[in-house]
Ligand binder design. Structure first.
Ligand code: NCD
Length: 326
């Protein structure tokens, strides 16, 4: 039986993993545990953000080999609110530009004995490789088109807070599914939590193995959005495209853009999500993105800090000698 609010079965540890590399493979109660932990870090709207120096003296290395605004900042904010020192590796100025292999970079990072490594990399599997070479927890902040686990957790937390549940909801994930690590992590997360996940994409941006991912594909926005409780829009990941996957931005918006008229096809109280960065007028109309009643896009960013505080806290419990986590 899948669903939210499931405690771990008798005798099972709530989160027995040393790293957070992917959502696929996590048990529903492990995801639920991380969401519940994240919930404790969300401050009421009028209060100051919560801080707690439980990671004081710990060094968090942040290694972003791909561009990032919100994820890198959000991890840094989360680590600092927990009292950790954050050391950002600057790939542009690092030895990578001198031809160092990922393996050598991993060994170098590991030799400095950080307490946590947060890594984003263009190659799927890079964080896993690093995790096998270092002696500290590794958090995947996005690897190629594979996974972006903390993004899926923050999306799930946003949905759970706005809708009161995830189980039983119909969630339409629309756009460049093929290149999206956000979509892959969300498939694993939302189906484990008991949601019904639909995907909408042009045929060129629909993964060939979509039928094996536990989601229901739709060729048009009109069909996929019908009655949906949540609409999650994705960016066209042009940096991962070689050649023409879509005719033009204008044409793409005409068929796959989220317009006010298409929002009307979804449930009357449908929630709108986008992981950012947004291409206004390409995958989403500005008026939809800025619709404060329905759009949860800025709330997603806020939940991102809470989710990352929870992940940093949980993954360092063993090193901090917390009872039950030895
Ligand atoms: C996403 C990413 O980098 O995977 N952005 C993010 O982390 N908020 C999605 C994207 O780049 O489109």
């Amino acid at each position: 039986m899948r669903g939210t609010n499931q405690p771990p079965p008798e005798g099972r540890h709530p989160f027995p993993h040393a790293h957070l590399l992917a959502i696929a493979g996590l048990q529903p109660w492990e995801i639920g545990f991380l969401l519940d932990e994240a919930e404790t870090w969300v401050a009421p709207p009028d209060a100051r953000p919560r801080r707690d120096p439980r990671l004081a003296g710990m060094a968090v290395v942040s290694a972003f080999f791909e561009a990032s605004t919100r994820t890198a900042l959000s991890f840094e904010m989360a680590a600092k609110r927990l009292g950790a020192n954050v050391i950002a590796m600057q790939p542009g100025t690092s030895s990578l530009t001198k031809g160092e292999t990922l393996l050598d970079t991993a060994l170098t990072l590991g030799a400095m004995r950080p307490d946590v490594i947060v890594i984003r990399h263009g190659a799927s599997g890079a964080p896993k490789l690093i995790s096998e070479k270092v002696g500290c927890p590794v958090l995947n902040a996005g690897d190629g088109s594979h996974e972006h686990p903390t993004q899926a957790l923050l999306d799930a937390l946003t949905i759970r807070r706005r809708k009161g549940r995830i189980e039983g909801l119909t969630i339409a994930i629309c756009g460049d599914i093929l290149h999206s690590r956000v979509a892959r992590s969300n498939f694993a997360c939302l189906t484990a939590m008991g949601a019904h996940v639909r995907v909408v994409a042009p045929p060129t941006l629909m993964p060939a193995d979509i039928d094996r991912l536990g989601v229901e594909p739709f060729p048009t926005m009109e069909a996929g959005l019908e009655g949906a409780d949540v609409i999650m829009m994705l960016r066209l990941q042009r940096e991962r495209m070689e050649g023409a996957y879509v005719p033009s931005a204008r044409e793409y918006f005409r068929f796959y853009g989220l317009t006010p008229a298409r929002v009307e096809l979804a449930a009357p109280d449908a929630l709108i999500l986008h992981p950012g960065p947004m291409n206004r007028g390409v995958e989403i109309a500005s008026s939809v993105a800025d619709d404060i009643g329905r759009s949860a896009i800025t709330q997603q960013v806020e939940m991102g800090v809470a989710v990352r505080m929870a992940c940093l806290d949980v993954l360092t419990r063993r090193a901090r000698g917390i009872e039950g986590w030895e």
